[in-house]
Structure formats: C-alpha cells, structure tokens
Design a protein around this ligand. Sequence first.
Ligand SMILES: [Fe+2]
Length: 161
Amino acid sequence: MILLVTKKMIEYFDKDIKRINHALKVYGFATCLASNEIISDEKLFILNISAILHDIGIKEAEKKYGSNSGHYQEIEGPAVASWLLRDLNIEKPILDRILFLIGNHHSYNKIDAMDFQVLVEADFLVNFFEDNMQLSAIEKIQKNIFKTKTGISMVESMYLG
Ligand SMILES: [Fe+2]
C-alpha cells in the first residue's frame, strides 16, 4: 500500500522532483520518529500515508489562489488525497484521520495525538533545511513545538549545538 501511494504521489506531482523528494524525506523522518514512540500499527499506517501526501494540496492551491501557503494547501489537500486514495479500500475512520492530518498539518495548535505530532516534527526537520531557516527560529520551534525525544535530538544533531 505504501508503495502504491508513493507511486500515485510521484505521478501526481509529475516531474516536480523537489516536491516528490520533500514528501519522501518527510516520510523517512516520520518513520524514524515513530519507531521510538508508542504508536499502533494503525496509527503508523495513518502517519505513513499522511506523510507521503501531506503537501498534496499544493498544486491546487497554486492553481486556484496563486499561492502555495500552508493555509491553502490545507484547504485543498484533503480532496486531492481522497481522490488519490479512492480505490484503495481504506476504512472510513482511518481515511478520515489521514485527511484530517493533511488538512491541518500546519495548524500546530490542533495537534491532538502522536501521529499528528510526528508528522509536524518530520516536516520541520526537512523544512529547516529546505527553507534555509535561521538558527534562532529553529531553536524556537524546537522549544515550542517539538515533543518527541528523537525529534528534539535530531534537531540538535542536525542544526544546533
Ligand atoms: Fe511539507
């Protein structure tokens, strides 16, 4: 299933290598962070699919609003993800959670469980580099948003200290 969803994401992003790489990097970090947290197989599945598809709304956001801001990605993402996942027979509560994570992954005040927390941390671990963020901003985010031991120590090893 993960391979299938990854292939669908790659086809959908259609030669947009930067976004394809971004999705796979976030998926990689999410898997690492999750392995050290108490997270059920079901939640791990939700996290993996959400990580691969988390920014899938970006193309529609650009098309409709001329913006790739997080807010518009959140608005457009769930419909695109639901279309890509339509034939995969994913149970409704699981699909709903995947779509919720995609639709809220920039809304840090809504983090309500470990799958959401890990997705946000994985996205930051990649974006710190891709967005060339200042160390002071990285430090602030580590302090205010990161919760997992692995995530905090990865920020430390990769960017701080
Ligand atoms: Fe992202």
